[in-house]
Design a protein around this ligand. Structure first.
Ligand code: UD1
Length: 420
C-alpha cells in the first residue's frame, strides 16, 4: 500500500482539468441495469469506486470496456440479482443497484452497506420508498431481499431526520421508471448528481419531471433502451482544487467546472476574501489578501456540501481568527479533526460544531486518512505545513480523486508516493 509524502510551502499555480463526477457516474452505471441494450458513458472518472461499480455490474451479468474516459456497458446472456457483500461493503453507492434490479427483474438481493467511518448511515428511506412502490422487503443474513410482483407508482415522502437522501432518491427513481403508473417523490434530493441520473434515464426513455426540485414526478414506462451520456464535472474535486489554491496562496485555474453547481462554496470563499474569476467553464481562484474566518453549516444541496466540510476546515485552520463549522448532514463526520490537530491546528469539537482557531502555520506530521474527503483535507494541510507530512491509507483518496497527486504535482506541489 502507498502513502503520500508532501513537503509543504509551495504556492500552487497553473491549470487543472476537473474529471467527471464520482457521485454522478456511480448511479448512472447502476442505471444501465435497467436495459439489455448497450450504454455509452463519456467523461467517466477512472477511480477505484468506478471500478468497484463495474465489478458489481459484471457480477450482475453485464460486460464493459473502459478506455480513456469512455465506458461502454453491454449485457451478457445471464442476469443475476444478487449483489455480493464483498463488493457492496467497500462502497456505499453500490447499494443503488437495488432500485434498477427491482425495476428490471422485479427481484433483488443486495448486501446492506453496513456502518461507515463518517457515522451511522441508515437505509430506512430507501426501503420505505421501495415498499411504497409495492416491494416486499426482508432483511436476511445482512442482505436486503426484495421482491415485487407488480411495481406500482405511489406518492412517496422521502424526507428524513437529516433532510433528503441522495442515493435513496436515486434508488426510488430507478425503480419507479419501470413501475406501472405515476410516482411522486416529495422531499427528493436536489443534488446535481441526481439531476444527471434523471437526464440519463430520460435519454433511456424514462418519463421524469421536476428533477433538481424537491418534487420529482415519474410516469412509468414498459421498457428502457440504451443511451449515451456525458457525466457532469466533479464539483467536489473542483472545490478541493479551489481550496488548494487558497491554502497555498497560489493561483490555480480550473477547467471543466459547472459554476452553477458551486454557488454555496463560491459564496463562502468570497466571504472569506478570495478572488474568483469566472470564464465559461473555467474558474481562477486566488487569495490576493489575507483570508478572513467564516462560519459554515453543511446542508443538502443547494446548501454548503458536507463533502467539502473537511477541506474547508483545513483552510480555516490556517486563517487567523475563529471560525465555526457545523455539520448537519453526517453528525459524526469529524475524524479529520484529531489528525489536523496533530499538524498543529487548533480545533475543538462541540457536538455537531467544530470551533477552529486559525494558526499562523501548520507543521508537517505523519497522519492517517480515515475517509475520502478527510484524506483530501490532510493532503491540503500538508501542502501548506512547514516540513514533511506523510498521509497513509491513501486508498481512500483513490476512491474519489482521479490522479490527485499527479494533478497536484503538475501545479508545482512537492508530493510523491512511497511504500508504507
Ligand atoms: C451521498 C453522496 C455522499 C454525500 C452525501 C450527502 C454518493 C455516492 N454519495 O451519499 O458523497 O456525502 O450524499 O450529500 O452520491 N439518511 C437516512 N436514511 C436513509 C438514507 C440517508 O437517515 O435511508 C441520512 C444519512 O444518514 C445522512 C443524510 O440522510 O444523515 C443524507 O445522506 P444521503 O444523502 O443518503 O447520503 P448518501 O446518498 O449515502
Amino acid at each position: 500500500m502507498d502513502k503520500l509524502v508532501i513537503e509543504g510551502g509551495v504556492p500552487l499555480s497553473g491549470e487543472v482539468v476537473i474529471s467527471g463526477s464520482k457521485n454522478a457516474v456511480l448511479p448512472i452505471l447502476a442505471a444501465t441495469l435497467l436495459t439489455d441494450e448497450p450504454c455509452i458513458i463519456k467523461g467517466a472518472p477512472f477511480l477505484r469506486d468506478t471500478n468497484t461499480m463495474l465489478k458489481i455490474l459484471r457480477s450482475l451479468g453485464k460486460d464493459y470496456s473502459f478506455h480513456r474516459d469512455n465506458i461502454v456497458v453491454t449485457s451478457s446472456k445471464t442476469h443475476n440479482f444478487v449483489a455480493d457483500y464483498k463488493l457492496v461493503s467497500t462502497m456505499r453507492a453500490s447499494f443503488c443497484v437495488l432500485g434498477p434490479l427491482l425495476g428490471k427483474l422485479r427481484k433483488a438481493k443486495v448486501s446492506l452497506p453496513g456502518g461507515c467511518i463518517i457515522g451511522i448511515r441508515p437505509v430506512d428511506l430507501h426501503l420505505k420508498g421501495l415498499r411504497q412502490l409495492g416491494t416486499d422487503i426482508d432483511i436476511e443474513g445482512g442482505y436486503v431481499v426484495a421482491k415485487a410482483k407488480n411495481l406500482k407508482g405511489a406518492s412517496i415522502y422521502l424526507g428524513g431526520e437529516f433532510g433528503s437522501s441522495v442515493l435513496a432518491t436515486d434508488n426510488i427513481m430507478m425503480a419507479a421508471v419501470l413501475a406501472k403508473g405515476k410516482t411522486i417523490i416529495e422531499s427528493s434530493a436536489c443534488e446535481p448528481e441526481v439531476v444527471d441520473l434523471a437526464e440519463f434515464l430520460i435519454k433511456m426513455g424514462a418519463k421524469i419531471r421536476g428533477h433538481g426540485t424537491p418534487t420529482i414526478e415519474i410516469e412509468g414506462v414498459k421498457e428502457l433502451h440504451g443511451a449515451e451520456h456525458k457525466i457532469i464535472p466533479d464539483r467536489i474535486e473542483a472545490g478541493t482544487f479551489m481550496i488548494a489554491s487558497l491554502i497555498t496562496k497560489g493561483n490555480i485555474t480550473l477547467r471543466n467546472v459547472n459554476i452553477q453547481h458551486q454557488s454555496a462554496l463560491l459564496d463562502k470563499l468570497k466571504e472569506a476574501g478570495a478572488t474568483i474569476h469566472k470564464d465559461g467553464d473555467c474558474l481562477t481562484v486566488t487569495a490576493k489578501r489575507q483570508l478572513k474566518p467564516v462560519n459554515v453549516t453543511t446542508l443538502p444541496y443547494p446548501g454548503f456540501p458536507t463533502d467539502m466540510q473537511a477541506q474547508m476546515m483545513s483552510l480555516m485552520s490556517v486563517t487567523p481568527g475563529i471560525s465555526i463549522i457545523t455539520e448537519k448532514v453526517f453528525q459524526d463526520r469529524f475524524m479529520h479533526v484529531a489528525e489536523l490537530n496533530r499538524m498543529g491546528a487548533r480545533i475543538q469539537r462541540e457536538g455537531p460544531h467544530a470551533i477552529i482557531e486559525g494558526v499562523k502555520r501548520l507543521s508537517g506530521a505523519s497522519v492517517m486518512a480515515s475517509d475520502l474527503r478527510a484524506s483530501a483535507s490532510l493532503v491540503l494541510a500538508g501542502l501548506v505545513a512547514k516540513g514533511k507530512s506523510t498521509v497513509s491509507r491513501i486508498y481512500h483518496l483513490e476512491r474519489g480523486y482521479e490522479n490527485f497527486d499527479e494533478k497536484l504535482r503538475r501545479l508545482g506541489a512537492r508530493i510523491w508516493r512511497e511504500k508504507e
